[in-house]
Write a new protein. Structure first.
Length: 132
């Protein structure tokens, strides 16, 4: 199986996602509460994909979709970016510190929906290197 095709979200059940958000809210003294519109669809999307084998880029896009659904009142982007950083941490031994920093940064921007074309190209180059 390809290094980049795997169940990236498997270690992170929805309870974990909720606890990440709770922790971020607590740090900033913000309200931690599910939203009435986005919580159920985001939870369903996450749980339907949690055990699926996905390409890394697709896992990042799924985090972005969950962020956009806004399942919590605050820090949705930070929540899903933190999880994305967790699942790409395994590449620390496979990439130089500079490339790992770029991967983390690009992953966060993809989750936030702010990645530029250049960043998407950087992701492709890094993923190609990792896939070899």
């Amino acid at each position: 199986m390809s290094l980049l095709l795997r169940a990236w979200l498997e270690p992170f059940d929805w309870e974990f996602v909720t606890e990440v958000n709770r922790g971020l809210c607590k740090q900033k003294a913000a309200l931690h509460k599910p939203t009435s519109d986005g919580h159920a669809p985001a939870k369903k999307l996450w749980e339907e994909n949690q055990h699926k084998k996905l390409q890394l880029a697709d896992a990042l896009q799924l985090c972005q979709k969950c962020h956009r659904l806004a399942p919590f009142c605050f820090y949705n982007g930070n929540t899903f970016a933190a999880i994305a950083r967790d699942f790409i941490a395994e590449f620390a031994a496979k990439l130089s510190p500079d490339k790992l920093h770029i991967l983390r940064s690009v992953a966060g921007h993809i989750v936030a929906g702010t990645a530029t074309d250049i960043e998407h190209k950087q992701l492709g180059v890094i993923l190609e290197e990792l896939g070899k």
